[in-house]
Design a protein around this ligand. Structure first.
Ligand SMILES: [Co+2]
Length: 338
């Protein structure tokens, strides 16, 4: 069967404390990547992916059960991240909350007072990891009756995409399926937002899975894990996202001493909490003040020790819907983990 609905293997008790000590504490993050990607290629789908997938599925249900209108972005982000932690995983990236024309990479800033509007379409993109085994999935909350069809079509486009995945098959089959289905429903896929392979402590591990047909020669590889995520917009949309101006998601690029004690402490804390997975400044307010965090992040960005991920908005300011699942290519075929 292509997508067995509930064939998760038995749960295993996972010793997270020990797993965190597992990566050797060396200075260059890139060296850690090399070691881990070798390791993960030699084994099939690790149990941790199944457990992390189950956790994200539960968290998505908790999000969908509630009415978020009038609540703040901060409340939604903190709810999602607390739900992940409560279940024994860690956020793999700050919860993304993107309304209307915003498609990706907005997370609540410290003291964010922005509220979810009464009539809106909101993408909630959720990532969790257990010992670096990252899963990534999203739900669209549609509080705008006129956009219900867009939201539903995007969900169905994801199903079409999942059906196009084969062990050893071309990733371009997915883009073709999404593009064909979207046009059949009267929508446009966002061509510069793609699905991606996942790896240990890596959200984007090298292989892109575009949502339109491309000449990509990449194939799905058994034992590997992929996030499949179509984004659709209306026919008035350009099908392209551009920088929206805000930057509030970051990740560590390199661990180097800066000659400033506070910044070194911040870098150490980032590494300890997140390795080089994406983070938000609000995750560090127990150790540093808001002003310190804002100043340090600016400086570290200029020094290229951290990078930022700008918010991405549809260039014609048209509404965008997203659907996303993480899929593992197992011995018995592709399996949806989330
Ligand atoms: Co993703």
């Amino acid at each position: 069967m292509m997508f067995p609905a509930s064939s998760s293997p038995p749960r295993i008790a996972y010793d997270f404390e020990n797993s965190l000590n597992h990566p050797p504490s060396i200075m260059k993050t890139t060296e850690v990547w090399a070691d881990f990607s070798q390791l993960s290629k030699s084994i099939s789908i690790d149990q941790e992916y199944f457990r992390a997938g189950e956790i994200v599925r539960e968290v998505k249900n908790e999000v969908e059960r509630r009415d978020w209108r009038g609540k703040t972005y901060l409340e939604l982000c903190e709810f999602v991240e607390a739900q992940i932690r409560k279940r024994g995983a860690l956020p793999a990236f700050p919860c993304n909350v993107c309304a209307d024309e915003s498609a990706a990479h907005y997370t609540a800033v410290i003291d964010d007072e922005r509220k979810i509007q009464e009539t809106t379409i909101v993408k909630v993109d959720i990532g969790a990891h257990i010992g670096g085994h990252v899963v990534d999935s999203a739900v669209t909350l549609c509080y705008n009756d006129e956009l219900l069809d867009l939201a539903e079509a995007t969900k169905s486009a994801l199903n079409e995409a999942l059906k196009a995945i084969r062990d050893g098959g071309k990733v371009s089959d997915v883009g073709q399926a999404v593009e064909y289905y979207a046009s059949k429903r009267g929508y446009v896929p966002i061509s510069n937002l793609s699905g991606h392979s996942l790896d240990l402590f890596e959200v984007h591990a090298g292989t892109s899975i575009p949502n339109v047909w491309t000449a990509s020669s990449s194939s799905f590889v058994r034992g590997r894990v992929y996030a499949i995520e179509p984004f659709l917009t209306t026919l008035e949309g350009s099908g392209v996202v551009v920088d929206g101006g805000s930057e509030n998601i970051f990740s560590l690029v390199a661990r180097k001493r800066t000659k400033e004690r506070l910044m070194d402490e911040f870098l150490d804390s980032i590494w300890k909490k997140c390795r080089s997975l994406p983070f938000a400044l609000r995750w560090f307010t127990d150790e540093f003040s808001k002003t310190q965090l804002e100043e340090m992040s600016e400086k570290l960005k200029r020094m290229r020790l951290i990078r930022s991920y700008p918010e991405l908005v549809e260039s014609n300011r048209q509404p965008v819907a997203q659907a996303e699942h993480t899929v593992g290519i197992t011995e018995s075929g592709p399996l949806v983990l989330t």
